[in-house]
Design a protein around this ligand. Structure first.
Ligand code: 9YT
Length: 132
């Protein structure tokens, strides 16, 4: 069994900081679950364009408010507490955070640890591992 606590993980290597967001990676590839599980905070006012070409992601909004735009269609969906979105077609998208947003995120295949977005808004398939 694997048991971890978000508050402990926040002050460990599991916390990754990037422009407009941070991600605390509670489960990673080396946990051998077949997915990774993160608690992501997007800062108020952030606009993030992403395109996970190598991963599928589902996201659940725990707190905060914003919107997601599906770039292929121009459709805009509100994000509020209880909203789930799944990027089942590796959908290119923009998240806009009206307030700070806290989200639970699952990635398949799992992230290794230290990934941040590249110039195309994607994560690489392989990255440096966190090994605690
Ligand atoms: C909502 C979103 O995808 N933000 C970027 C961070 C990502 N979810 C992660 O690495 O946890």
């Amino acid at each position: 069994m694997i048991v971890r606590n978000l508050e402990d993980a926040k002050s460990s290597e599991r916390r990754v900081d990037s422009s407009g967001w941070n991600s605390v990676r509670l489960l990673l590839k080396n946990d051998e679950m077949g997915f990774s599980f993160h608690i992501t905070t997007i800062y108020q006012g952030a606009t993030l364009e992403m395109h996970y070409k190598n991963h599928l992601e589902s996201v659940y909004c725990i707190s905060g408010e914003g919107e997601i735009e599906e770039l292929a269609t121009g459709a805009v969906y509100p994000i509020k507490v209880g909203t789930m979105y799944a990027l089942d077609k590796h959908d290119k998208h923009i998240v806009r955070a009206k307030t700070e947003i806290v989200m639970a995120c699952v990635f398949n295949p799992p992230l290794s640890g230290k990934e941040v977005h590249d110039a195309t808004g994607a994560y690489p398939l392989e990255a440096e591992e966190i090994s605690d």
